[in-house]
Design a binder for this molecule. Structure first.
Ligand code: M6R
Length: 364
């Protein structure tokens, strides 16, 4: 049932405020002041490092979480795609937690990577949407994301729910490891509780996303740039766009621009820059200006403060509400999804069942 939407993808995009709220309700105590993990949980004070493994969009959730775990909880994290991890057979030292992220819980490479870690990692943790799945069953600790059934092949609400659960986990780790004060912890939880409302607010700009997407639909190739927490989001934006609109899209960490991709810049290729007005904003803006100086067309996704400061001369700006910088990956997933969605509509592709793709990749 598409609940009045033309596609499951648009229904699932619109459900995000609700399902993020469901995920928060599941993990927060009644007062919303603490994070409670199911079962025996995980004692992060006994963990020295973490490896996170997944495929596709789920691997970008892991990459985002690496920034959170390292910056908030001071816990070193390695991230790998499952198909590489499983055959590289990396050493897993004592004190390692292995964490697997999967919407379906059945992805063959992710499951094989999990099995490789059995008997080697101190704890096998999974962040899954389908509770009764192989990955969930074979984990010591299975953390549900409560996104509800996701039908669109392009993952949307599962991604933002994965991020929500991973951020809660990073905050839990930070507290256990003494890396965050009680005050900051309370502050972050209150920002998280406000997120579904802010997310709702972001939908008000849907018409702008649609208009911008129509212009993206004319491109042969699109470059996505982001720094820090926005780098994995740039990767996700590029993946979403190529999956459903079949437009070639690539993502780079903004700082890598000079090391090669700047050679691609011309008048024809739109460059999507994801840059909330955070501590790295000025750095990203200077990369953006390098693009513009070479005649590149920039689509800047930012907040009001960012647009005021750096919006001059850009091809298009898309504005999102201001949020606690820690939450930007969850909120900025929305423009990544909506741009891809509306571009695909403009191109007339099959949004829910894009060619050559399966919802769950159960063979390697
Ligand atoms: O079910 P999983 O989360 O393990 O699936 C992983 C990827 O196959 C999946 O995220 C894929 O990249 C999506 N089609 C992305 O939209």
């Amino acid at each position: 049932d598409k609940a009045g939407h033309k596609h499951f993808m648009s229904k699932e995009i619109s459900e995000q405020p609700m399902v993020i709220s469901n995920a928060l309700n599941f993990y927060l105590n009644k007062e919303g002041t603490d994070i409670v993990l199911p079962g025996k949980g995980l004692d992060f004070s006994k963990i020295d490092r973490m490896v996170m493994v997944a495929c596709g969009t789920a691997s970008y959730a892991c990459l985002t979480a690496k920034y959170w775990f390292e910056q908030i909880a001071n816990l070193p994290v390695e991230v790998d795609v499952a198909s590489e991890f499983r055959y590289r057979e990396p050493p897993i030292e004592p004190g390692t937690a292995a964490l697997f992220v999967s919407q379906s819980g059945e992805t063959a490479d992710t499951l094989a990577a999990l099995r490789y870690c059995e008997g080697k990692a101190d704890k096998i943790v999974s962040v899954v949407n389908v509770d009764e799945s192989s990955i969930s069953r074979e984990s010591d600790l299975a953390l549900p994301i409560h996104a509800g059934t996701e039908i669109g092949v392009a993952s949307t609400k599962a991604f933002t729910c994965q991020l929500t659960v991973l951020l809660l986990l990073a905050l839990k780790a930070a507290r256990a490891r003494g890396a965050i004060s009680a005050e900051d912890f309370a502050d972050k939880l209150s920002s998280l509780r406000a997120l579904p409302g802010i997310f709702n607010h972001a939908f008000e700009n849907n018409a702008d996303f649609k208009k911008s997407a129509r212009r993206l639909a004319e491109a042969e190739s699109v470059l996505f740039l982001g720094r820090g927490l926005m780098y994995p989001l740039a990767l996700e934006g590029a993946l979403k766009l190529k999956e459903i609109s079949y437009i070639h899209a690539e993502a780079y960490a903004s700082g890598e621009l000079k090391h090669g991709p700047i050679a691609l810049i011309d008048k024809k290729m739109p460059v999507v820059v994801m840059a909330p007005r955070d501590g790295l904003f000025d750095k990203t803006v200077s990369n953006m200006q390098e693009v513009m100086a070479r005649g590149g067309k920039v689509m800047l996704i930012t907040d009001t403060a960012g647009a005021e400061e750096a919006g001059d001369g850009v091809w298009q700006s898309l504005i999102l509400p201001q949020v606690d910088p820690i939450l930007t990956p969850i909120l900025y997933a929305l423009p990544a999804q909506l741009l891809a969605y509306h571009t695909a509509i403009a191109k007339g592709t099959d949004v829910d069942q894009p060619r050559n793709l399966a919802k769950s990749v159960t063979v390697e």
